[in-house]
Design a binder for this molecule. Sequence first.
Ligand code: HPA
Length: 270
Amino acid sequence: MLETIKQTSDYLKSKIGEIPNTAIILGTGLGELVHEIDDKKEISYTEIPNFPVSTVEGHSGKLIIGTLGGKKVLAMQGRFHYYEGYDMKQVTFPIRVFQALGIEYLFVSNAAGGMNPSFDIGDIMLIEDHINMFPEHPLHGKNFNELGTRFPDMSEAYDKNLRLKAMEIAREKNIKLQHGVYVGVQGPTFETPAEYNFFRVIGGDAVGMSTVPEVIVANHAKMKVLAFSIITDLGVIGKIVEVSHEDVQEAAKIAQPKMAEIMRTIIQRI
Ligand code: HPA
């Protein structure tokens, strides 16, 4: 595993030049943030040694290097979902490569169903914490001390200073920002009403099929994480309607300029 990570990070080092300190993972329907990245260089996942290839619609699968908010960033357009059939080591492999590159900050976005009754479709939720409901843990198995400790602390999985900055920026720019707990599930089914209710009862505000594995590995790697969910549908009893992947993509598209604005500004300021 260490050798595989090194091979990939060496390849990227040879392509990227100066290594940024920030990486961004763009979720479903949120890929348009890449249009705001200047002086872009794109590397398709198919060209990167050992990188899995993304298959889901709405994820084109490339790494983008460029500047956002005047700072150099590395962005993943398309991520690897557990429901696609990858194992957790594959899902989180890019995070290990970021770690090997020396990335300090990880910004993550996703589309999620909102269970908090005060949420509306199109809201942005700042993730304060998560509940891991995936059936497999990304750190299962042998621990490599070079990568992190056996029993990582998760008391502040989403960096508090970054969260405070995000809230400050949202206030300044008059962007409505919700906050709450993200429940990570394997999918690929959306939830039944009883499941949405269950996730609400156990303390969740939004539910989605990603983010938690990457954030766990980023914490193992001691990166500072900031993550946002775009609320694309509601899992609120009485408001639940049929939902499709297309609906999720549409709703995410509408909210993404606001999320991009927060991300760009925070990157400028760190
Ligand atoms: N559930 C799970 N994943 C999702 C949802 C949802 O309601 N919306 C977008 N991704």
